[in-house]
Design a protein around this ligand. Structure first.
Ligand SMILES: O=P(O)(O)OC[C@H]1O[C@](O)(CO)[C@@H](O)[C@@H]1O
Length: 545
């Protein structure tokens, strides 16, 4: 019998095993195999990945590995590191791994590694000059605050890292301005001293409308506050579009470039990461690069059965294509990882929210799920209800950090206990019989038990993966982020979609540009659907009082 593909996996999953059991159950797998945790967990460097709380068994895992072989996941990986244009629609190489490698990467004739080393050295020297006060603002004062203006990959990755690694005592105070909504700027402005604020304009293309408008607005603020036209000492640009940075007036020595083989959502390792070095110190960025490099090594050398990114991707295929689950939650049990779900949303959804096969035809299977998340324990007090008792299971990634960086041991114990309890509750559930017994023991009368008991049942058998890090620091964070990046690469290969373009963001940008004059001025509205036309009229009405 030919084995199933990604497209026919669901039919295979729906067929019971030879012994009549279904392929959804997880509890039963633990009953049958007390060593399941040992057999279904792996380590890569500091990261322990436990995927025993999924319904994968040996047969299913072997099948998924066969699909990976037929999808040529590792062959595609090797083409990627050779600098081939694996981003086929844009005809670009994909080499964010070169940003953290010690050397050896080329793209065509270009020595990518030499370029990376040069930029890193320039960034390090610049960081040292800012921290030492050799570089100062227009009025001669030292920079104390750094404001990163950027959006999407030019905001989310660096913001996530700074939130994870910054603490009092770090060299500079970090701030981020992404949204074109000036309420964000209004909230930020009172906290900034124009004399001591260094502004990074982070934009791969240097054409992103929101970023350019915000940068122009902030430059106007600086000019007015400092009473002078030339405020260029306060500006740094991080971009692939060097001519546009000059046109904006950023001094050449304050421009840090990178190449188009760095995708926006993978760019925090490039010049886009400068805010990490400025605010948290050079060692923070260097440590992240080191951790990511170690995960790259693992991805490139570990055999398929021990390869964490591939295994994480295979678990996702199992859930999305085998079991039909269309969402996944990421729950870091560490408040410092509060922006990790947002970063992963872009890394995963912008990469895998695709419907056209690499061969140019529509794919015949589901692709990227909705990704969402919040730090635990906060998540438990909001959307976890649906995960425990809703009609469709939502797989969870639990991210636990064993050792905290504070002395409040009771809090950390409670945090970890909660993380473990959530994954245990999703797996174990609670039966009607248990509910009856417990309610009777607590003195409930028969009528109350009858009325409420079913509402208190947890179906259980709901999957989760746990990633356990010994400690949160630049190295472990770098490894964690790189793990997810490589998982996305594997999924692109498994689903046979281009994980590196993002045409889906363009139509909205185009329409917004067309709508701009109609919303903001009295220009005659163009042709729109009835809803949009009605809303334009209502906005105009409200605006005009
Ligand atoms: O860095 P840029 O060119 O300003 O782009 C910002 C973001 O916009 C996008 O192109 C999507 O609109 C992302 O892919 C990117 O990270």
């Amino acid at each position: 019998m030919t084995h199933p593909t990604v497209a026919t996996l669901a039919a295979w999953v729906a067929t019971p095993r030879a012994d009549g059991t279904t392929r959804h159950g997880i509890r039963r797998l633990f009953e049958d195999d007390p060593a399941r945790f040992r057999r279904y967990s792996r380590r890569a460097g500091p990261i322990l990945m436990d995927f025993s709380k999924t319904s994968l068994d040996d047969e299913a895992l072997e099948l998924l590995h066969q699909i990976a072989v037929e999808s040529n996941v590792f062959g595609r990986r090797d083409a990627m590191i050779r600098g081939e244009p694996v981003n086929a629609t844009e005809n670009r190489a994909v080499l964010h791994m070169a940003l953290r490698a010690k050397g050896g990467f080329t793209v065509g004739e270009e020595d990518a590694s030499a370029e990376v080393a040069k930029t890193l050295a320039a960034m390090q020297a610049f960081t040292a000059n800012v921290h030492s006060g050799r570089l100062v603002g227009a009025t001669g004062k030292r920079f104390t605050d750094v404001l990163n203006i950027g959006i999407g990959g030019s905001d989310l990755g660096p913001f996530m890292a700074v939130r994870a690694l910054w603490s009092d005592g770090c060299p500079m105070r970090p701030h981020f301005l992404a949204n074109v909504d000036a309420h964000a700027w209004e909230a930020l402005r009172p906290r900034l001293n124009p004399e001591t604020t260094l502004v990074l304009i982070a934009s791969k293309t240097f054409t992103t409308a929101e970023t350019l408008l915000n940068a122009t607005m902030v430059r106007g603020w600086l000019r007015e506050a400092l009473g002078q036209e030339d405020v260029s000492a306060h500006f740094v640009a991080l971009s692939t579009n060097i001519p546009a940075t000059s046109a904006f007036g950023v001094p050449v020595g304050q421009v840090f470039g990178f190449r188009d083989w760095v995708g926006g959502r993978f760019s925090l390792w490039s010049a886009i990461g400068l805010v990490i070095a400025l605010s948290c110190g050079w060692a923070a960025l260097a440590g992240m690069l080191e951790g990511a490099r170690a995960m790259d090594e693992h991805f490139l050398t570990a055999p398929a059965e021990d390869n964490l990114p591939l295994l994480l991707a295979l678990v996702e295929v199992w859930h999305v294509n085998g079991l039909g689950y269309t969402a996944r939650a990421v729950l870091p049990y560490d408040n410092r990882l509060g922006r990790l779900p947002a970063h992963l949303q872009q890394v995963e959804m912008e990469s895998l929210g695709k419907r056209i096969h690499l061969d140019g035809h529509p794919v015949g299977h589901a692709t990227g799920p909705v990704v969402f998340g919040e730090p635990g324990t906060n998540a438990q007090h909001s959307f976890m209800q649906l995960l425990h008792q809703g009609t469709t299971p939502v797989p969870v990634d639990f991210i636990l950090i064993a050792r905290p960086d504070h002395g409040w041991a009771d809090n950390h114990r409670m945090l970890l206990a909660n993380g473990l309890a959530q994954s245990e509750a999703l797996l174990a559930g609670r039966t009607l019989e248990d509910v009856h017994t417990e309610m009777a023991e607590t003195g409930a009368d028969a009528a109350t038990i009858e009325r409420v008991a079913l509402h208190r049942v947890f179906p259980g058998d709901r999957p989760s993966v746990t990633l356990l890090l010994p400690h949160l620091d630049p190295v472990t964070l770098g490894a964690l982020v790189a793990l997810y990046e490589h998982k996305v690469f594997c999924l692109g290969a498994l689903w046979q979609v281009n994980a590196f373009d993002q045409y889906g963001v363009e139509l909205g940008k185009h329409l917004a540009a067309a709508l701009l004059p109609e919303v903001a001025s009295g220009a005659e509205p163009g042709h729109h659907d009835g809803s949009t036309a009605g809303l334009i009229a209502a906005i105009r009405g409200a605006w005009n009082g």
